[in-house]
Design a protein around this ligand. Structure first.
Ligand code: PLP
Length: 404
């Protein structure tokens, strides 16, 4: 039977301490004990249901973690203060000095910078590959390789990782497949495709309000326990803990994620089809012209669509900047990084979210100057939005004016 991630979230039941329909927020950094022995057992992780100190865990963070684990179909999850606060401890938990990571070369700029510039200081090296080329991934495996890292839908080029093939490869070679699913929550369930660990920046679609940063690692109980171990757990010791008040607000926003994702996907599909028909170079996994359209289809939970992210290439950075400024002036969205907001957000990744990637490497991976990344909003009337966008493009001679 098809996996229904939104049902899994909806079926969870929580009550507040006075019977409230929302769980009470745990507004404390530390917790008292009636017995010193229970305190010791809790510190050692042997007293289920007891809390000691809020960097370790809090009821509010556990509720949110449970909902995210239900959504991804993993045993459990650990929430973090940001997406990077989920990614970096995960990689540091899985790798030690001398170990090697294989990563997709098209990933979020911050993750790229961590792997390229920071992890080598700890003796962890990375080979960046074209993740859609399984032969290239296979060829990069070494005796010391521990992790295969990718994004289900990559930032910003929207390349699609064939998770079944990558999972097969990682199992055969005893690697952990770590997948960042930030761009495709609900649409793709990486753990169901064989990923060992699924990560999100909650900052984006899952929270959906652009009012907070957050992250999560979804995985096996054993791995999450390792991350939280007081002696050598990377999440515990590096300390990127989410605040309970924020965890409670993210949980409330998450309950409408399925409705929002359907609308983001509907609107993005509409715009992608129109842009492509207008002759713009358009990348959207829902278009038949996308090289991995069929792979996305094979993996997807159909009802949520192909997601809210698309890119177009308008030829040059000058044109991209002019178009984004004009679209903002016409109230079509905001010139801003990040994604998953109710308004459309647009940015030129080469000079913003992927600027950590050196220019030559940007060229090699096809990250062109004129690329605009759209996080398509929840517009009620996407036809009207498109008409105004088209007019902006005609005014800037990105598209030939209709009556010219
Ligand atoms: N992963 C992806 C795909 C992202 O786009 C981002 C941020 O843009 C991150 C991870 C990092 O998340 P955060 O900014 O919440 O640390």
């Amino acid at each position: 039977m098809a996996f229904k991630p939104a049902n899994e979230i909806q079926d969870l039941q929580y009550f507040g301490e006075f019977g409230g329909v929302n769980p009470s927020i745990s507004d404390s950094s530390t917790y008292t004990f009636l017995s010193a022995k229970t305190m010791f057992d809790t510190f050692e992780g042997n007293a289920d249901g007891c809390y000691l100190y809020s960097r370790h865990s809090t009821p509010s963070n556990l509720y949110l973690g449970e909902a995210l684990a239900a959504m991804e179909g993993t045993e459990t999850a650990n929430v973090a203060a940001s997406g990077m606060g989920a990614i970096t401890p995960t990689l540091l938990q899985l790798c030690a000095a001398g170990d090697h990571i294989i990563s997709s070369r098209t990933i979020y700029g911050g993750t790229y910078a961590f792997l390229k510039n920071f992890a080598p200081k700890l003796g962890i090296t990375t080979t960046f590959v074209d993740i859609t080329d399984i032969d290239a991934v296979t060829a990069a495996i070494k005796d010391t390789t521990k992790v295969l890292y990718c994004e289900s839908v990559s930032n910003p080029l929207l390349e699609i990782a064939d998770l079944q093939a990558l999972s097969h490869l990682s199992r055969k070679n005893n690697l952990k497949l770590v997948v960042d699913n930030t761009f495709s929550p609900l649409s793709i369930s990486p753990a169901k495709q064989g990923a060992d660990i699924v990560i999100h920046s909650l900052t984006k679609f899952i929270n959906g309000s652009s009012d907070a940063v957050g992250g999560v690692v979804c995985g096996s109980q054993e791995f999450i326990d390792n991350l939280r171990n007081v002696n050598d757990g990377a999440s515990m010791l590096l300390g990127p803990s989410m605040d309970s008040l924020r965890a409670a607000s993210v949980l409330k926003n998450m309950r409408t994620l399925h409705i929002r994702m359907k609308q983001h996907s509907h609107n993005a599909m509409y715009l992608a089809k129109c842009f492509e028909a207008d002759g713009l170079r358009t990348v959207y996994p829902g278009l038949k012209s996308h090289p991995s359209h069929e792979i996305f289809k094979k993996m997807m939970n159909t009802e949520y669509g192909f997601g809210g992210m698309l890119t177009i290439d308008v030829g040059s950075l000058e044109k991209a900047n002019a178009l984004m400024e004009l679209m903002q002036e016409r109230n079509l969205g905001y010139l801003a990084v990040s994604l998953g907001f109710y308004k459309t957000l647009f940015s030129a990744p080469g000079t913003s979210t992927s600027s950590e990637i050196p220019e030559q490497e940007q060229i090699e991976m096809g990250l062109t100057d004129g690329l605009i990344r759209f996080s398509v909003g929840l517009d009620n009337d996407i036809e009207r939005t498109y008409k105004i966008m088209k007019k902006c493009m005609e005014e800037l001679q990105i598209l030939e004016p209709l009556l010219a």
